[in-house]
Ligand binder design. Sequence first.
Ligand code: 13P
Length: 291
Amino acid sequence: MSIVNAKEMLLEATKGKYSVGAFNITNLIQMEAVVEAAVEKKAPLIIQTSVTPSKFLGRDVLVAIYRTLAGAAPIPICLHLDHSTDVKYCKQCADAGYTNIMIDASKQEFEENVRQTKEICDYCHALGGISVEGELGTVSGVEDQVKVVENEAALCSPDQAIEFIERTGVDLFAPAIGTAHGVYKTKNPKIDFERFEKIAKLINGQGVKVPLVVHGGTGLPPDYVERLVALGGSKFNVSTELKYTLIDTTFDYISKNREQYDPGKIDIAVKDAIRKAVGRWIDMLGSAGKA
Ligand code: 13P
């Protein structure tokens, strides 16, 4: 029960009008902290790794840790590969035991995006038990190896969204609506709520079919988050905030305890800070108590 893919938990979330936090991790301490926070809040959880940490830590090692932590947790947990532009690496992670795969061919022409996304859907669905996320339009900012400059970011066309979903068989859909990876440069980023609403109605208005994903969680004002959840965003991605939390907490701890050489204490401080940050997100997304 604890080791699950993303599709079922997100169909539930879409129907229940809450969102599941999808948190990017880069090491074991972050992974444990994210799981502990979700267990404390009794919330379903998606753990994500982008490609660089996945290759650095090793996909087999990550899957082994995921299976150990999720197997012992009383909540459903999915392990998601985030923003892989490499079809081969998507398949390798599916083979290794990731339970949700994102093929990000959003920088390609529409036809090529359809072709690559369908290839990964066919592969993962044939393996069984693995769901797939695809993206249309481009999310600006930097997420690992994917870099999109702001003035080249293209928002998702609602009509193409329907065609994309029908032709690929994708399980989760990430439409570009103006959210961005990294830290927002303005206090009130320009998010196209109307476009998101239109896409949500077209896809899920007559019965929930394909859950919608919101990228670029870090720094979004809480009322924006609530609005996007209410409109049907049922997977909410948060990465940069957790990286900042890890680095700032480590820096603060070492600055205050320069004479101490006890790595375990740094780990405790980092884990505590990440657990709190994730707990705040879970409350904001409304997923507490939904596991
Ligand atoms: P942030 O880094 O802005 O939180 O975005 C995370 C994300 O969308 C990962 O796919």
